[in-house]
Design a protein around this ligand. Structure first.
Ligand SMILES: *Cc1c(COP(=O)(O)O)cnc(C)c1O
Length: 243
């Protein structure tokens, strides 16, 4: 098991490097985040011991269950799943970044809790760039007004934009939802909103990381290619199960 994970990690880093080389990008511009839903802490530990520093969980329950084994390790925990406002307080105990900020109620609740705790939090705004109904994320049309609004919350550090690209067997169908994230970032830059000049793009997963890097990704979130398939009993994990 340990060797598998280490081998897979080398392979994923190689894929990232190749994709960067092909698109003339510096590999240091692209971070790897371990997508660890359903992965037990002992496996995550192997990846951290191999030098990985970023992980993302989708569920409050899993953050809690793995906390004891992970909390003292040198890893930054992000939240990358759909987050309901009633879970905010709990999730904040474990993470330093929420990548799935996609509605104002959630921003309000985060702001309130963070004010109480007198702390700040990194956030990514999640956009539904594939326009799939099954997906969470803010509609791209709403991004400017949303960002202008949450910019006024001094507790939220806007680090970038996040999307889950459309997955398909045809590459040509997968590119537009990735490309759109970068287009939206450029539109935000054009608006010249104060303090928003270095927004990261979090996009790319096991199946589309090369495409995402070609489209400008700064953070790929990879699970399956590192830890193997996620089977829960007979059912494959549903990415869009809500908390
Ligand atoms: C599961 C998940 C990933 C990783 O997906 P893989 O296909 O296993 O690499 C990335 N981002 C989010 C938000 C996820 O839920």
């Amino acid at each position: 098991m340990k060797n598998d994970i280490i081998f897979n990690l080398l392979d994923v880093h190689q894929r990232i490097e190749n994709a960067c080389r092909i698109s003339g990008r510096n590999p240091e511009e692209v971070q790897l985040l371990l997508a660890t839903k359903t992965v037990p802490a002992e496996k995550i530990k192997i990846a951290i011991e191999a030098g990985e520093t970023l992980m993302g969980e989708n569920k409050m329950q899993e953050l809690r269950d793995k906390d004891f084994e992970l909390k003292n390790l040198p890893v930054e925990r992000h939240f990358i799943g759909h987050l309901q406002t009633n879970k905010v307080k709990d999730v904040l105990k474990y993470v330093s970044c929420i990548q799935s900020l996609d509605h104002l109620n959630l921003a309000d609740e985060l702001h309130k809790q963070l004010q109480n705790q007198n702390r700040k939090l990194d956030v990514f705004v999640q956009l539904n760039t594939s326009y799939e109904e099954s997906k969470f994320g803010l509609p791209p049309e709403d991004v400017l007004s949303f960002i202008k609004k949450i910019k006024t919350y001094e507790t939220l550090n806007i680090k970038g934009l996040m999307t889950i690209g459309l997955l398909d067997v045809e590459k040509e169908k997968m590119i537009p939802s990735l490309r759109l994230l970068k287009t939206i970032r450029d539109e935000i830059y054009t608006e010249g909103i104060d303090g928003l000049s270095n927004l990261k793009l979090s996009m790319g997963m096991s199946q589309d990381l090369e495409l995402a890097i070609a489209e400008g990704s700064n953070m790929v979130r990879v699970g399956t290619s590192i830890f193997g398939n996620r089977f829960l009993g007979k059912e494959i994990w549903n990415e869009n199960i809500s908390e």
